[in-house]
Design a protein around this ligand. Sequence first.
Ligand code: 13P
Length: 250
Amino acid sequence: MRTPIIAGNWKMNKNPQETQEFLEAIKGKLPESGVEAIIGAPAIDLNALTWFSKDEPLKTAAENCYFEDAGAFTGETSPKALSDMGIDYVIIGHSERRQYFGETDEDINKKAHAILKNNMLPIICCGETLEQREAGKAEDWVTGQIEAAVKGISADDLAKSVIAYEPIWAIGTGKTATADQAQEMVHVIREKIASLYDAATADKVRILYGGSVKPANVKELMSKEDIDGGLVGGASMDPESFLALANFNK
Ligand code: 13P
C-alpha cells in the first residue's frame, strides 16, 4: 500500500513571519495517519517548519539544493545542512527551475544522489509543454526525463522516492489535466520504472500529479489507481485550503 501524499510547494512565497502564521493556523488539524502531509518552502522558512514538525504530523521539503555537501558555492543550499536540520524531502527538477535557472537532467540526477546520500528523499518533477503534448511527444519526453533523473539510483532508494508529474500547461494556469489525462501519464511513468527496475519497485514508488490541484478536484484525482497524491502550488498557501487537501479522504 502506497501512503498518499499531499505536498505543498510554496515556491518563492511567504517570509518566516507568514510561515509562522500559517503553522499556527494548521496546528492540531492535520490528519494523524492515512496521508503524508508535506510543505515545501523557501530555504529561509525551513527552520520554522522543522520545529513545527517535531510535534505535528507534517513532513518538510526544501524546494532545491546543490549536489555538493559543502564548499565554495556562493548562494547554494547544502543537502547535508538540510538533512542536519531535519528536512525530509527535496523537490528537484521543477519545471520552473529547469526553465528559469537552467537546471539540466544531469544536475537533477546529481542532486537526487546527493539527497539520498544525506538520508532525505527526492521529489523528482517531470512534465511536458503544451506544444510537446499536441505534437504527441509528451510520453517520450516525460519518460526520458525520468530515466535521466534516476540513473544509478538503487531500486531500494527509488522505491522510497517520490515522482511528481506536472504538465507545464497546467501549472498556475487554473487548467488542470483531467483526472484521466493525469492517470494516463502517471501510469506510463510507473511502467517506465517497471522496465528500468522491476514491478515491485514500480509498485512502491509514489507518483504525484501537480498542476492546479485544489480542494475541488483533489478527490477525483486521488481516486485514480496510479495517482498517489498531489504536488500543490497556489492552493497550498492558504491554511484552510491546505487542510482541506490534506483531509481529502475524510
Ligand atoms: P499550481 O498548483 O499553482 O498550479 O502549481 C503546481 C506546481 O507547480 C507545484 O509544484
